[in-house]
Design a protein around this ligand. Structure first.
Ligand SMILES: [Zn+2]
Length: 99
């Protein structure tokens, strides 16, 4: 059976557990807490992928506490995660996963 794109991401990150959760808030996409990645199932499927990749980037590169969005270091980490996840997402749509 062909793996879904989300399964490919899970496959690349065996250290992480992915959970689809029902959060009826259009501004919530997902977050990472330790090794647990939470994805809002109410978002469109493509959004799940971008969110999953985004949280994986945090997992791979960020070790600090990102809960305070006003901190400069958090903004840097967020900007990096958004850029990097977009790059991986584009690579994935072209049929190959980055890294
Ligand atoms: Zn983030």
């Amino acid at each position: 059976m062909e793996m879904s794109d989300l399964e490919k991401i899970e496959d690349q990150h065996p250290e992480l557990k992915f959970y689809m959760i029902d959060v009826p808030n259009p501004h919530y996409h997902g977050h990472i807490d330790g090794n647990n990645v939470y994805i809002n199932e109410n978002q469109p499927e493509l959004d799940w992928l971008v969110t999953a990749l985004h949280e994986c980037v945090h997992s791979d590169y960020d070790y600090g506490d990102l809960s305070d969005g006003t901190r400069f270091s958090t903004k840097i980490a967020e900007r990096w995660a958004i850029r990097e996840s977009r790059r991986e997402y584009n690579a994935m749509l072209n049929g190959k996963l980055a890294n």
